[in-house]
Every structure is written in structure tokens, then in C-alpha cells.
Design a protein around this ligand. Structure first.
Ligand code: TYM
Length: 332
């Protein structure tokens, strides 16, 4: 039996090259070796206010992005979180074994709640429990994510261990998969911050649907470090970040990249990076419209059915263990 992967992204804002390099690229690379579930996490999206019409559209757009990035519906299960209600149901059970203190320590809650915990939504607070439910429902072995999700993964493991200890062996303990390169792509405007969908300044991010002109302008405006060397030096985070993007998009080794730019200046480096990014994104953008609406709807329906089959088995097991009766009308 193949080992299992679960991962997901929120259908909010616009996906950027950080989401691709930190997560989607690995999803595609791992889908042959693993049985993969890739979810569009719309329940997570409403932890911050969303316009319903936009959310509906962005949910389908994100499915197209998964497909254009190379997630193959013949190999991987692609589905929308709200189509599988077991996610919300397991969240309730897990929230009853989660401690307030554990959630208070989550750095994403502090960031997204903007320090105003009095006014932050309860959903934003319990968001990591929903993420744990996502992962644990599928008896997941591996979770490919960017660095910013590591703390949520640790909580997921803690909750699984706690449940197994208190109620008997039920959940597999998942491992994070965070590749060294690309795990945290930084903002082009401030390399101390990660590239983020919720950044107010669009110049900090290269979006997957940006056109060639926009990409070139953003890269030209990207901040650099003092000095002239183009290398991977932690003390020069702006250049190291740009070079990482170049390396990952061109699939060269770090040494090849450094050698390639050895006697070149920042101007030429930025020009070549803009070209590599545009070249990489052009075919991706062409593939966005590859599936018509009916085919897309079929892929998502089939994905939800497959996901539900697995999720329902885990949930029934959990219900039985906590002392609920198995749902007499559940169809597994
Ligand atoms: P989200 O939608 O914020 O991001 C999707 C994926 O992109 C990664 N990522 C980055 N990687 C490198 N550099 C960056 N600057 C960068 N920004 C984002 C994220 O780490 C993520 O892997 N809570 C999750 C979605 C989620 C999930 C799950 C993931 C819900 N349930 C279960 C895995 C398993 C989120 O908001 O991702």
C-alpha cells in the first residue's frame, strides 16, 4: 500500500510563487510515490471575512491552479473541504481535547488576529484544530507544506498522540515535509517577512497569474543588499531570496547558480530572473483554462466522493471510541 499525503491551500487572495515553491511544487513531485489528497480549504478561508460570490469563484480558480501546476486528477484526489462534512465534525471532537494555551501559542493566530485577540473571531483561534482534523481524517503519513505551517503540524501530532493515548490507537502520526529550499520565500520588498497573500503591498509578491511586464517591474523594484556578490549568504537575505527563486525555477544546483552569476551585476541578475520567472509561468498560465467547467465539476465531485470514503471511516472510528454510536445512516 502506498503511503498517504494530505495538503491544502486557502482559496483567498492570489496564489504567489512562494505558495508554488513551498508547497505545490512538492505536491506534484510526490504524487507518483504517494496516495495524495489535495484539498481546497474553504472552511479555513471563512476564518476571516469573505465575500460569498468571490469565495465561490476563488474556490474553483484554485482547483484550476492545482491542475495547472501539475496535480494530476488521475493520480491525486482534488476536492473542496466543505464537500466533505467530516472535516467540521472531527474538528469538534478534537477541539474538546485541545487546550486553550496550545492555541494561544500559535504564531499565525497572533499575526492574523493583529494582536487584537478580544475582537478576533473564534474560528481564527481554532483554525489549527480544523487543520489537524483535515490531516488526521486521512491517516496521513506526510504533509508537504511551507515553513509557516510547521507549528500547526506539531499541534496536529500532539492532538493525535493525545487522542490515541486517551481513547486507543486511532490516528496515524503525520510527518511534515518541508523542503529546505523554497520553504520560506520572502517578500521582494522586505526579506525579513515571508511572501504573503495578505500583504498590502502587491510589489512584495509575484503572483502566479502576473503577466510578463508586471513580473519584470516587480523584480526590478525588488530590494537588494549592499555589496555586489550574488550568492547564498544568510547575512544578505534579499539576494539569497532572489537567488533561491532563480534556483528553484530553473532546477539548477545552488553551486551552478552562484557560478553563473559570479562576474555579473545586480541588473543582469534581475533581468535573467525576470526572464526565468516569465518563462516558467507562461505555460502554467496557458494550462489554467485547460479544463472546461463541466470537466472541472466532475473532477471535484469524484474527488469529494473519494475523500469522503476515507474520511467517513476515520470519523466513525473516532465516534465509536469517544462513546457515540456509529451513525446508523452513514454511507461509507
Ligand atoms: P496557505 O493557503 O496560506 O498556503 C498554501 C501553502 O503555501 C505555503 N506557503 C509558502 N511557502 C513558502 N514560502 C512562502 N512565502 C509561503 N507562503 C505560503 C504554505 O506553507 C502552505 O503549505 N493552513 C494552510 C492550509 C491548510 C493545510 C491543511 C495545509 C489547511 N489545512 C492541512 C496542509 C495540511 C494555509 O493557510 O496555507
Amino acid at each position: 500500500m502506498k503511503k498517504r499525503i494530505f495538503s491544502g491551500a486557502q482559496p483567498t487572495g492570489s496564489l504567489h510563487i512562494g505558495n508554488y515553491l513551498g508547497a505545490l511544487k512538492n505536491w506534484v513531485a510526490l504524487q507518483d510515490e504517494y496516495e495524495a489528497f489535495y484539498c481546497i480549504v474553504n472552511l479555513h478561508a471563512i476564518t476571516l471575512p469573505q465575500d460569498p460570490k468571490t469565495l465561490r469563484q476563488k474556490t474553483l480558480d484554485l482547483a484550476r491552479i492545482y491542475l495547472a501546476a501539475g496535480v494530476d486528477p488521475e493520480k491525486s484526489t482534488i476536492f473542496i473541504q466543505s464537500d466533505v462534512p467530516e472535516h467540521a465534525e472531527l474538528t469538534w471532537v478534537l477541539s474538546c481535547i485541545t487546550r486553550m494555551g496550545e492555541l494561544e501559542r500559535m504564531t499565525q493566530f497572533k499575526d492574523k488576529g493583529k494582536g487584537n485577540t478580544e475582537r478576533a473571531g473564534v474560528g481564527l483561534f481554532t483554525y489549527p484544530v480544523l487543520m489537524a482534523a483535515d490531516i488526521l481524517l486521512y491517516q496521513t503519513d506526510l504533509v508537504p507544506v511551507g515553513q509557516d505551517q510547521k507549528q500547526h503540524l506539531e499541534l496536529t501530532r500532539d492532538l493525535a498522540e493525545r487522542f490515541n493515548r486517551d481513547f486507543g490507537e486511532t490516528f496515524k502520526i503525520p510527518e511534515p515535509y518541508i523542503s529546505k529550499a523554497g520553504a520560506s520565500i520572502k517578500s521582494l520588498q522586505d526579506p525579513s517577512k515571508k511572501m504573503s497573500k495578505s500583504d498590502d503591498n502587491p510589489n512584495g509578491s509575484i503572483f502566479l497569474l502576473d503577466d510578463a511586464d508586471t513580473i519584470t517591474k516587480k523584480i526590478k523594484r525588488a530590494v537588494t543588499d549592499s555589496g555586489t556578490a550574488i550568492n547564498f549568504d544568510e547575512a544578505r537575505p534579499a539576494i539569497a531570496n532572489l537567488l533561491s527563486i532563480y534556483q528553484l525555477l530553473t532546477s539548477k544546483t545552488p553551486e551552478e547558480c552562484v557560478a553563473h552569476f559570479e562576474s555579473k551585476g545586480y541588473g543582469q541578475f534581475k533581468g535573467e530572473l525576470a526572464e526565468a520567472t516569465t518563462e516558467f509561468l507562461r505555460p502554467f498560465q496557458e494550462r489554467i483554462r485547460e479544463y472546461d467547467d463541466t470537466t472541472l465539476a466532475d473532477i471535484l465531485k469524484c474527488g469529494a466522493e473519494k475523500a469522503k470514503h476515507t474520511a467517513a471511516q476515520t470519523l466513525q472510528d473516532v465516534y465509536e471510541r469517544v462513546g457515540f454510536r456509529k451513525n446508523p445512516i452513514a454511507k461509507l
